[in-house]
Design a binder for this molecule. Sequence first.
Ligand SMILES: Nc1ncnc2c1ncn2[C@@H]1O[C@H](COP(=O)(O)OP(=O)(O)O)[C@@H](O)[C@H]1O
Ligand SMILES: [Mg+2]
Length: 233
Amino acid sequence: MTSQLAASARGLTKSFGRGDTVVHALRGVDLDLPAGRFTAIMGPSGSGKSTLMHCLAGLDQPTSGSVHVAGQALESLGDDALTRFRRDNVGFVFQAFNLLPMLTAEQNIWLPTELAGRDRDPALQRRFVAIVETLGLAQRLGHRPAELSGGQQQRVAIARALLAGPAIVFADEPTGNLDSTSSAEVLSLLRQSVRELGQTVVMVTHEIEAARYADDIVVLADGRITERREVAA
Ligand SMILES: Nc1ncnc2c1ncn2[C@@H]1O[C@H](COP(=O)(O)OP(=O)(O)O)[C@@H](O)[C@H]1O
Ligand SMILES: [Mg+2]
């Protein structure tokens, strides 16, 4: 028995459009994402990084191939079951934060768990406190996004993705809109969530400095994995 997998893909292909205008975004991807590790996905613009993340997260359907998350085959779930499964098992951090402007940081962080109809039981409340402390957001909970720096907004988005205790968190260029100080802050927090909360994190980046925070680097080119290596300690 090898180490436990948070997610895996086999023979994944994804094409957009048809005929003359067809784009083959993924051309047969096999990938294992071990639990409790931080994986960086790198590659040039248009190489299929976002498409791969969306297929792994159940946000988009592959053209062929299969995806397992936390032992569940996504292709065997209907729409409603997939939505529920994603809510309980997958966190997604978008490049543009996607926070709701009228809500405070605290309300933003709780929103998905509330939409999922989950009680704020003591265990979830303790997890909230631990995440907020780890991410250094305790003093910012009453602020609205406009009153926070880019780095702080992205930390709120990460806290929101972590709260439900997902099997895996995907972050698509989470530092793409940040200055270098805020980027370093966000990357060390993702690193910390792996080390201290045992989180599995998959992050897309095109910056090698960002990828150095990860345990493993997977390189994508033209819809295929061309390289996989461990980051030297
Ligand atoms: N919704 C879509 N419709 C048509 N083509 C798309 C769509 N999404 C992505 N593509 C194409 O698929 C390829 C891979 O895109 P993407 O996964 O976004 O790459 P990356 O994230 O590595 O920049 C690109 O050629 C892109 O134009
Ligand atoms: Mg992308």
